[in-house]
Design a protein around this ligand. Structure first.
Ligand code: ATP
Length: 493
């Protein structure tokens, strides 16, 4: 993770937002390389989920919607996380990410230790346990920790659990609900009636437009509506870089199906399809996994939910969620708005509410999974090389055009001409400064899959050398073959 953070800063992928003012927790800016990579991830999703399917259309809704949307969806009353405060350090934790274990010697509980999710079974809890043991003047062996969630602890036990910040017990509050939606006001008057919310997900914009799109797009159930856009959550503990931030981007699909359809089969097909997609853009298969939500973990309106997980350096975490949500959202909006959201089901000859399968993923979480999959340090000619093995489809720069020397006008002019030719289709770079090996290294670091070198032979016969970043193999192509070559590598066409 350290390496990835440092690469992101050094090569212009990601910076902390408002950095010159000390940053603002949970917000990040994407620099020249980052915004290209992010855009390519979005485009790949849109191409595969919308353009390459006959049964999906797109939409682009507003971030601020009528506040009744969030009342009906259940977000005003229920979109909250259990928050725990440490009165001493003023630190805040999510109760479901805070864990505790009794410290047991010879079958007797002598105290408690705590840790945060994804901090592993590290040194601190062990040190805390040793301290408790010494305080009691005991010498036996501490039994293995048995971690439980703070949210599940009885109140009298909560008082005995030490704060992870200070190690002192008695300073943590009981969990209380904290709504994650950011509030704002619409219009000139700031009162309760003008309260509005920044959307915490893009999905509700799709549900409230379901009828508009059904009536105007000539699509019939089953069909899907896709949307990409910013979402905002006032996360209690934003952390792990862009994995959990307060402003992020979601790509969500609501796939509407008949209430009589075999939803379990359709749900499994979407899980498989989405897993394949993550592999197709270069996320390493061996780091991907599936986590099926147990009946207890499911939201009350959800029939099934499977997460696609990724093994990030800080632990295995949700990358994408694929939920079967029944007709919960449409029926909520239908009863709250008083407008019928039913459609005519030709098979059963009745008017029904569509059910929905929802694959929902965060662009930023894919971004991080892509970087973790692509990062490698190897050795070339006895020198350490840092390389990003990005799939050509999502690489920020598709090719670098490198004139071998910059003092031979014919070479420079041919290189510039090739640069202009490729620039019409892709984001390509032109780099004339430094030794050729140095220029290759700079491009390897940002994951540019191809380097096109224009040399002395090029002026004779218009051929160039194309070096592939990962294998470092070189081939000779005529400049007229370059576009077709790159097209095949980038788009598979
Ligand atoms: P988590 O349990 O990790 O908070 P969630 O289950 O609340 O996530 P969903 O509401 O299902 O997440 O959101 C769908 C997707 O949006 C997630 O799979 C994730 O990729 C992305 N996402 C959610 N919250 C964040 C966040 N704070 N920062 C970045 N991406 C997020």
């Amino acid at each position: 993770m350290e390496n990835i953070l440092s690469l992101c800063k050094r090569r212009g992928f990601i910076y902390p937002s408002s950095e010159i003012y000390g940053g603002i927790g949970g917000f990040y800016d994407y620099g020249p390389m980052g915004c290209e990579l992010k855009r390519n991830i979005r485009d790949a999703w849109w191409q595969d989920v919308v353009h390459r399917r006959r049964d999906v259309v797109g939409m682009d809704g507003t971030i601020i919607m009528h506040p009744s949307v969030w009342k009906a969806s259940g977000h005003v009353d229920g979109f909250s996380d259990p928050m725990v405060d440490c009165r001493e350090s003023k630190m805040r934790y999510r109760a479901d990410q805070l864990f505790f274990s009794p410290v047991v010697i010879g079958g007797k509980i002598i105290g408690y230790v705590s840790k945060l999710e994804d901090e592993g079974n590290g040194k601190r809890p062990d040190e805390m346990a040793e301290k408790i043991k010494n305080k009691h003047g005991l010498s036996g062996k501490i039994e293995p920790m048995k971690w439980q969630c703070y949210a599940d602890a009885a109140e009298e036990i909560q008082r005995l659990i030490p704060s992870p910040a200070t190690g002192n017990a008695g300073t943590l509050t009981p969990p209380r609900a904290f709504n994650l939606m950011f509030e704002t006001h619409v219009g000139a008057v700031r009162d309760d009636a003008s309260v509005a919310y920044l959307r915490p997900e893009t999905a509700q914009g799709i549900f409230v437009n379901f009828k508009n799109i059904l009536d105007t797009s000539r699509k019939k159930i089953p069909f899907g509506i896709a949307q990409i856009g910013r979402s905002f959550r006032n996360e209690i503990t934003p952390r792990n870089f862009i994995f959990r931030s307060r402003e992020f981007e979601q790509m969500e699909l609501e796939y509407f199906i008949s209430p009589h359809a075999d939803w379990q089969k359709l749900h499994s097909e979407w899980v498989e399809e989405r897993l394949q997609w993550h592999r197709s853009i270069g996320i390493r298969g061996e780091l991907l996994g599936l986590a099926v939500h147990s009946a207890q973990k499911l939201a009350h309106y959800s029939r099934a939910c499977t997460d696609i997980t990724f093994r990030y350096p800080f632990g295995e975490q949700e990358l994408e969620g694929i939920a079967a949500r029944g007709d919960y959202d449409l029926s909520q909006h239908q009863s709250a708005s008083g407008k019928s959201l039913e459609y005519f089901d030709e098979e059963s000859g009745e008017r029904c509410l569509a059910h929905v399968i929802e694959p929902s993923v965060g662009v930023d979480r894919i971004f991080l999974a892509v970087l973790c999959s692509a990062y490698e340090e190897d050795e070339v000619d006895g020198e350490r090389r840092m390389v990003l093995h990005l799939h050509p489809r999502i690489a920020p720069i598709k090719a670098a055009i490198l004139p071998l020397v910059k003092n031979k006008p014919e070479i420079v002019s041919l290189a510039e001409d090739i640069y202009r030719q490729l620039q019409r289709h892709w984001n390509v770079a032109y780099d004339a400064s430094g030794a050729i090996g140095r220029r290759y290294r700079r491009m390897d670091e940002v994951g540019t899959p191809f380097a096109v070198t224009v040399d002395f032979e090029s002026i004779e016969n218009e051929t160039v050398t194309v070096r592939e970043r990962s294998s470092m193999e070189q081939i000779r192509l005529h400049r007229r073959e370059l576009s077709a070559f790159l097209m095949e590598k980038i788009s598979g066409i």
